[in-house]
Design a binder for this molecule. Structure first.
Ligand code: HPA
Length: 268
């Protein structure tokens, strides 16, 4: 079966004729709920590549970030107008590749299921289970070469290791490993659904991890997830509670504070 090189991947790479690509991009960041821009980005250039799949969620902001040159994309749009099931994951990944990114750090807000994943924890999962449905799961639309990428390790081990090392260097405590359950959203899960995810081996739950990770693999991009815990998943809080958007946003604001230091400390 085919590896990651596809017509689309090659086309995206071929579209990398921008200034951003010429100067090289060390990594891309896809910001999730609560992370719509990186204030520290310097000398920002804005890119809005056309893609065969339509428009990405937002303009790509390319600029200096500490020792790095990075591309930033707000997954939900810069005004958080796009819910998880309306995100054009294919256009987003394709556009990042087109501006020259080869590595993607995906920041995802999640609910915590197991003990290590309490609110405000940051972690780097190493596995996932896909429960989403109704999303376009592939760049392959049935034409051209068959595309069945290896996905046994859904997150690129070397990029995971780089994130863990950066966290240590920056003094940011992170959870190493865990299984991400990707749910369709936009509603939160029932307690029974979370109980099932727990039985399946999931440690955290989020709505945007798939098909993003698989599309990155199809495009040959290194991809790893930095999961930020916004709340206990349904039924998992030590004291019964209703999950509110205020709680989610307050926890995300607090937990994303150390992210710039962690990302600046990345070394490849
Ligand atoms: N479930 C799914 N996605 C989420 C959650 C949750 O509890 N919290 C933040 N994103």
């Amino acid at each position: 079966m085919s590896a990651s090189a596809t017509g689309a991947a090659a086309e995206a790479a071929g579209a990398s004729g921008t200034g951003a690509a010429r100067q090289g991009i060390d990594f891309a960041v896809i910001g999730g709920t609560g992370l719509y821009k990186l204030a520290e980005l310097e000398g920002v250039e804005t890119h809005t590549p056309e893609t065969p799949y339509g428009r990405p969620s937002a303009p790509l902001r390319v600029g200096g970030f500490g020792p790095h040159r990075i591309a930033f994309l707000a997954r939900h749009g810069e005004g958080h107008a796009l819910p998880p099931h309306r995100i054009n994951y294919r256009a987003n990944l394709w556009a990042l590749k087109a501006v020259g990114a080869t590595r993607v750090v995906a920041v995802n807000s999640v609910g915590g299921i197991t003990a290590a994943w309490g609110p405000r924890a940051i972690g780097v999962p190493d596995q996932l289970i896909d429960y989403t449905h109704g999303r376009v799961p592939s760049l392959w639309d049935g034409e051209g070469e068959a595309l069945h990428v290896d996905f046994g390790e859904p997150y690129t081990p070397a990029l995971r290791r780089a994130l863990l090392a950066a966290a240590e260097a920056a003094g940011v405590p992170v959870v190493d490993g865990g299984c991400y359950g990707a749910t369709p959203g936009p509603r939160l899960e029932t307690k029974a659904e979370i109980e099932r995810l727990r039985r399946d081996g999931c440690d955290l739950v989020g709505m945007t991890g798939m098909p993003e990770a698989a599309l990155a693999r199809e495009l040959g991009l290194d991809y790893a997830c930095l999961a930020i815990v916004a709340n206990w998943a349904a039924g998992r809080a030590p004291v019964a509670e209703t999950i509110t958007m205020e709680e989610v946003l307050a926890n995300m604001a607090a937990a994303t504070e150390p992210l710039p230091a962690l990302l600046r400390a990345l070394k490849f």
